[in-house]
Design a protein around this ligand. Structure first.
Ligand SMILES: O=C(CCc1ccccc1NC(=O)c1cccc(C(F)(F)F)c1)NO
Ligand SMILES: [Zn+2]
Length: 407
C-alpha cells in the first residue's frame, strides 16, 4: 500500500487468489495481465440489447458485442446483472425535467413528422434522430450505468462494465452527438455519493464534452479526454488550454491529437498523462469511457489504433488497483468494435482468449480473416514528436498546479 493513500478497504483490491476452477487459464504471455482475479459485473438485459440494436448508426451492434463475449466464454466468470430502467428522478439528477418529459412524450409517438416540430428544441434532428421507444432506451442505458456504479459503491465488484453506455455528448437539456442521455454523468453522480475524488478518462475519438461540461467547475471529478481535435471535427472543443474553471481549474485535462496516431505513440502519451494525473490527483475510483472509433478500419477513418494499443491503456489503469467503471461509446465498424470490447473484457479478467473468432450466431460478420487481431492501416500520422512533446509539457505544467493532498 502506498503511504500516501489511506488504508483502503480490501474489497477494492484485486484478490490475488487464483481460483483455477472458476477463473482463467493463466499464461505468461507478454501481454498477459498479472495473475489474479477481479470480481467483475456486466450489465445486460434482452430489452436493453434490443433497444440499442435499433440505434440508426450502429444497427445490431449490441447483439454482436454480447454474442461475441458469450461465444468466448467471457461471461462465465462474470456476474451478469439484469439492468433496470432509471427512474425519472434519477434521470433528472442531471437532465432537466422538460427534456425528460419531452422524451417521455415522444416515446410512443411513431408519427415522426409530428415529433420533428418539437425536436429541434431538444437537439433531436440529424445527429440524434427521434425514434419510437427513445425513453425506454434512455432508461435502460442510464439504469445500467447507474447500477454499475452502485456495484462499486457496494463493493460487490472491483470492475463494473456497461459496454452499451458511454454516451458522453448529451447535455442536461438536449440530445447531442448521437447521445440521448448522458449516462456517464449519471454514473459519476452516483459514485459521488461515496467517493470524493473521481477520475474520468475518455479515450473515444471524440472529445467527452458533455461530461467535461458537467464537472468543469469542481475538483471532485477530474476529467481527462484524449481525442481528435481538428477544425470542424465534432464537437470541436477540448484543446490543451481548456483546463476547467473556478474551483475546477486544473481538474480538466485535454489531449488534442491529429489523424493517424498509432499504438506506440498513443500509449506513450496515455501513460505519461494518466500516470502524472494519478500522482497529482490521487483518485479513489476510475470511470473509463472506451469508445473505439479510434481503431484502424473504423469509418471515422481518423486514428489508427488497434485493440492491442487500447488494451494497454486499460492495463495502465487496471494496474492502479482502483475500482473501475468501464463504459462503451463510439465504434462504427461493428465487428471491429465487438473484437475490441471482447479483448478488453479478457484483459479485465486476466483471461487469454484465442485469436480465432469462435463459432456463434454472427460468425460470418468476421470474415474474411475470422481473427480477433486488427492490423493498423497504411496511413500518414500527422502527430509529430515535437507536437506531442509540446502537448505533454503544457499538460504537465497544468497538473503541477494541483494542490497536493496534504496542503
Ligand atoms: O462517436 C461519437 C458521435 C459521433 C457523431 C457526432 C455528431 C454527429 C454524428 C456523429 N456520428 C457520426 O458521424 C457517425 C456515426 C456512425 C457512423 C458514421 C460513419 F459515417 F462514419 F459511418 C458516422 N461520439 O463519441
Ligand atoms: Zn466517438
Amino acid at each position: 500500500r502506498s503511504a500516501s493513500s489511506p488504508a483502503k478497504d480490501e474489497r477494492f483490491y484485486p484478490r490475488l487468489t487464483i481460483d483455477s476452477k472458476e477463473n482463467s487459464i493463466m499464461h505468461s504471455s507478454p501481454h498477459q495481465f498479472k495473475l489474479g482475479s477481479l470480481s467483475v459485473c456486466y450489465l445486460y438485459s434482452e430489452e436493453y440489447i434490443r433497444l440499442c440494436n435499433k440505434l440508426p448508426k450502429i444497427p445490431n451492434r449490441a447483439s454482436m458485442v454480447h454474442s461475441l463475449l458469450e461465444a468466448y466464454g467471457l461471461l462465465d466468470p462474470i456476474t451478469v446483472l439484469r439492468c433496470r430502467k432509471a427512474t425519472q428522478h434519477e434521470l433528472t439528477s442531471f437532465h432537466t425535467t422538460d427534456y425528460i418529459e419531452y422524451l417521455q412524450k415522444i416515446n410512443d409517438e411513431d408519427d415522426s413528422e409530428k415529433v420533428d416540430e418539437m425536436s429541434q428544441e431538444y437537439g433531436m434532428g440529424y445527429d440524434c434522430p427521434s425514434m419510437p421507444g427513445v425513453y425506454d432506451l434512455v432508461g435502460c442505458v442510464a439504469g445500467a450505468t447507474i447500477q454499475a456504479a452502485q456495484c462499486l459503491l457496494d463493493g460487490t465488484a472491483d470492475v463494473a462494465i456497461n459496454w452499451f453506455g458511454g454516451w458522453h455528448h448529451a447535455k442536461r437539456d438536449e440530445a447531442a452527438g448521437f447521445c440521448y442521455v448522458n449516462d456517464v454523468v449519471l454514473g459519476i453522480l452516483k459514485l459521488k455519493e461515496k467517493f470524493n475524488r473521481i477520475m474520468y478518462i475518455d479515450i473515444d475519438l471524440h472529445h467527452g464534452d458533455g461530461v467535461e461540461n458537467a464537472f468543469s467547475f469542481t475538483s471532485k471529478v477530474m476529467t481527462v479526454s484524449l481525442h481528435k481535435y481538428a477544425p470542424g471535427f465534432f464537437p470541436s472543443t477540448g484543446n490543451q488550454n481548456d483546463i476547467g474553471i473556478g474551483r475546477g481549474k486544473f481538474y480538466t485535462v485535454n489531449v488534442p491529437l491529429y489523424d493517424g496516431i498509432q499504438d506506440v505513440q498513443y500509449n506513450s502519451v496515455f501513460n505519461r498523462v494518466l500516470n502524472e494525473a494519478k500522482r497529482c490527483y490521487n483518485p479513489e475510483v476510475i470511470v473509463l469511457q472506451c469508445g473505439v472509433d479510434t481503431i484502424s478500419g473504423d469509418p471515422m477513418c481518423s486514428f489508427n489504433l488497434t485493440p492491442h494499443g487500447i488494451g494497454k491503456c486499460l492495463k495502465t489503469t487496471l494496474d492502479w488497483k482502483l475500482p473501475m467503471l468501464v463504459l462503451g461509446g463510439g465504434g462504427y465498424n461493428i465487428p471491429h468494435t465487438a473484437r475490441c470490447w471482447a479483448y478488453l473484457t479478457s484483459i479485465v479478467l486476466g483471461q487469454e482468449i484465442p485469436s480465432e473468432i469462435p463459432e456463434h450466431e454472427y460468425f460470418t460478420e468476421y470474415g474474411p480473416d475470422y481473427q480477433l487481431e486488427i492490423e493498423p492501416s497504411l496511413r500518414k500520422n500527422h502527430n509529430s514528436d515535437e507536437y506531442i512533446s509540446n502537448i505533454l509539457t503544457t499538460i504537465s505544467g497544468n497538473l503541477q498546479k494541483i494542490p497536493s493532498p496534504t496542503s
